[in-house]
Design a protein around this ligand. Sequence first.
Ligand code: SF4
Length: 415
Amino acid sequence: MSAPTILERLEILADAAKYDASCASSGTAKRNSTGGKGVGSTEGMGICHAYAPDGRCISLLKILLTNHCVFDCHYCINRKSSNVRRARFTPQDVVDLTLSFYRRNYIEGLFLSSGIVKSSNHTMEQLVEVARILREEHDFRGYIHLKTIPDADPELVAQAGLFADRLSINVELPTVAGLTRLAPDKSAQRIETAMGEVKGEIIDNKDARKRYRSAPRFAPAGQSTQMIVGADAASDADIVGKSSRLYGAFGLRRVYYSAFSPIPDASAVLPLKRPPLIREHRLYQSDWLMRFYGYAADEVVQATDASGMLPLDIDPKLAWALRFRERFPVDVNRAPREALLRVPGLGVRAVDAILRGRRHRTLQLDDVARLTVSIAKLRPFLIAADWRPLALIDSANLRDRLNPRRAEQLELFAA
Ligand code: SF4
């Protein structure tokens, strides 16, 4: 049988990478090649060429170096015991593909991960080599996100951070019990140790750059991680608690949530059905509440039901407001920023516009309406110069009034 062509390998290794959601180019250093210096840019848009299983479009060349793997994680299509077609690239293959895709303006950068071949160190060396050749031999200035191998030598991870914009280490599952059961070759302790090492390098690098402006940058877009949702019994409360801890302990830029997708030839220990995609969406919303709206993790957990699950039919901010109605209504002309951020339907930008606007005049309901998609959702929760909700906030059917759609309808998105 003839060896697969580069296109055949690309087809296999791009498809194998689609289960990884953890890529976004936010927060990186600004570099560009205007003036004919170097190749590529972290600014501007490329064409999205990588797709997550739910169809989300990602504007990076997202591939695996290889889908051969010596590990046997049950949820992974590339695990050792899977019957999937295998392929591998050399580092030079990935460099050539990245540059040719970039020059055609198909992509704005590279997201590179890999199955583990031979050893963690061997695999990590190959990943680092791709980034090194791109940066040092081609002066590539586009975005590079490298997935790092937790068991690899910290020295290799330190090298990776000198070439990549972002490093990520997948925490994989929200609980140690889930990881032990579904990824028996991986160690929760080792994963968190590796995250701590990356955090240490980032802090040291910031310190060095304060003292020496010429010090090379280390992973300027920080580190991120990904958690699989719905492959084990972890509740949303477990996931929110884990994320909060990871943000606090390791200074992560992002935690990505990836709804478990049943894979062909799946292991018997996995659920047969994927969780509703709306669950993944609710977790992203709760993540935003913690990062931008001032909610502590235990406050988000207060929005969950007795089994620790967030409601699917309403967003977590509204669920929290309905549970703590005594905190409302909030006066748009007097309330502090923190209280306004708790009003369902008011985003960060709208709150900041309210704070600016009320310096000059007393705000009416119409002024707030101009800042939001739907004033109906806000009415019970706020007071304006010409509006007071009276008993609306206490009405028994407020939840139904604010949410005429039923959870079953939302399930339509979970096909
Ligand atoms: S280490 Fe586990 S998750 Fe990663 S490619 Fe191998 S089997 Fe898949």
